[in-house]
Design a protein around this ligand. Structure first.
Ligand code: SAM
Length: 221
């Protein structure tokens, strides 16, 4: 990645890289704030025996936060990285009876047809910007709408390009309003931004500027 571009290159299929990523990004207070926002919405909308799907589960930090707080839901964690899925499986072994793992590419594979339904929520943090383009994010929003089959909530806590920034951002990091527009175009209603975290337009880095975005599934797209 050109240093002038805000973003990062990853080798998520490499075991050492995945382990190092998980250690480097163990949740900070600000990221726990994001997890709490996601959890608050899940508590309000997902029934006690509901089902949550996480896109890009990575090392499993969000899953751990949610599964501990919601002791009777079931969970499906999706990722295309074998080492990330192994790390998540180890971290989440206490919740093994309630969690399934699906190795899939979020853009290319038809994971929305494979996850067991009915799905009450599709959630994700810090993952969809890695898909590399607005079009790929749109594809994944559409697949999420399909997985939800006419009901439920989408929560995406991801890196964005803050309004007013003058720097160049990688293509997967784009404005909140565009995310909300894509959500509406793919079958969601009431799309809104709940919060901007580590907001910094003066000296943004690849680990700053993420939003908590929420939308509800619309019956007729
Ligand atoms: C930056 S990590 C974030 C992990 C986790 N969500 C968190 O917040 O700690 C992004 C994760 O998304 C996964 N990922 C990226 N692109 C993907 C794709 N096209 N399909 C499936 N998983 C993908 C990576 O393997 C990685 O585990």
């Amino acid at each position: 990645m050109n240093e002038a571009v805000i973003g990062a290159e990853h080798q998520f299929h490499d075991r050492d890289y995945a382990l190092a990523w998980g250690e480097r990004f163990s949740p900070t207070a600000q990221r726990l704030e994001l997890f709490e926002l996601v959890l608050g919405e899940l508590r309000r909308t997902v029934p006690a025996d509901g089902r949550v799907v996480e896109l890009g589960i990575g090392p499993g930090y969000l899953a751990q936060h949610v599964l501990q707080a919601m002791p009777t839901i079931s969970y499906c964690g999706i990722d295309f990285s074998t080492p990330m899925l192994e790390i998540a499986r180890t971290r989440l072994h206490r919740h093994a009876s309630r969690i399934t793992y699906l190795q899939a590419d979020l853009v290319r594979d038809d994971w929305q047809d494979i996850v067991d339904g009915p799905v009450d929520a599709v959630i994700s943090t810090w993952s969809l910007h890695d898909l590399g383009s607005q079009q790929n994010v749109q594809t994944v929003y559409a697949k999420s709408a399909s997985a939800l089959r006419g009901r439920g909530i989408l929560l995406n806590g991801d890196f964005i390009r803050p309004d007013g920034a003058t720097q160049v951002f990688e293509a997967g990091r784009f404005e909140v309003d565009r995310h909300l527009e894509l959500m509406r175009q793919t079958g969601f209603k009431h799309a809104k931004c709940l919060a901007l975290l580590e907001h910094d337009i003066e000296s943004p880095t690849s680990a700053k500027n993420y939003a908590c975005l929420k939308a509800l599934r619309r019956m007729n797209p």
